[in-house]
Design a protein around this ligand. Structure first.
Ligand code: ADP
Ligand code: MG
Length: 201
């Protein structure tokens, strides 16, 4: 990792979806540079390619052409298994649909600890310490035993941010993470993103 290198570099990034013989150009030569520690919002009309871009940056989809690197990892030329590892360890994702971010039959704390278990943190005490820290950071520690249905939309999103940060990703992506909550709650979620970005930089 080169510390001074931008966290995201996109050059002439192209994504074309092919369905039968129809081609949809979702990204048409996108250039973008994001520096480390930056909090960036992407604005565009519906269908302008925001989700497509986030999916590519998150390793959920592959670009058709151009260059994209995140934390000096070239996402265009990774093998499938390397892309899987990248997805699990390098990025955190918060989705718009609050219900998609948390597993309903696990408590908030168990949700935060699950990605750690999956990535091989075998010591329960280590998992507990980190989930305590992350739930405190988003102001949800007092609700750690609650399940999805016992949390408001905004609370679910704050827990989701903890889950997304569980494996200490270099990049946190949110696809309209405030899209399902009222504007005051949206403000508190965005404040949480900004606060964490400063604290964890
Ligand atoms: P946004 O998130 O900005 O609303 P999207 O990235 O979802 O935009 O979509 C960009 C364009 O790509 C749209 O025209 C959309 O219909 C198309 N698109 C998105 N995903 C797919 C897909 N899986 N298959 C085919 N076309 C898609
Ligand atoms: Mg979208």
């Amino acid at each position: 990792m080169v510390e001074s290198e931008p966290i995201i570099i996109c050059e002439n990034l192209v994504k074309i979806y092919k369905i039968a013989n129809l081609e949809v150009v979702a990204l048409q030569g996108l250039d973008m540079v994001v520096e480390r520690g930056e909090v960036l919002g992407i604005v565009g009309t519906s269908g302008s390619g925001k989700t497509t871009l986030l999916n590519i940056l998150g390793g959920l989809d592959r670009p058709s052409a151009g260059r994209v690197s995140v934390d000096s990892v070239d996402l265009l030329n990774l093998s499938d298994s390397a892309l899987n590892t990248y997805k699990r360890h390098n990025v955190g994702f918060v989705w718009q649909q609050t219900g998609r971010n948390l597993i309903p039959y696990l408590s908030a704390q168990e949700n935060v600890e699950l990605p750690m278990t999956m990535s091989g943190v075998t010591n329960p005490k280590e998992r507990r310490n980190r989930s305590d820290f992350l739930l405190n950071a988003v102001g949800m520690h007092h609700r750690r035993t609650h399940h999805l249905t016992q949390l408001s939309g905004g609370e679910q999103q704050r827990v989701a941010i903890s889950v997304a940060l569980a494996n200490n990703p270099v990049l946190l992506l949110g696809d309209e993470p405030t899209g399902e909550v009222d504007s005051a709650t949206a403000q508190s979620i965005m404040d949480t993103f900004r606060k964490l970005s400063q604290e964890m930089d």
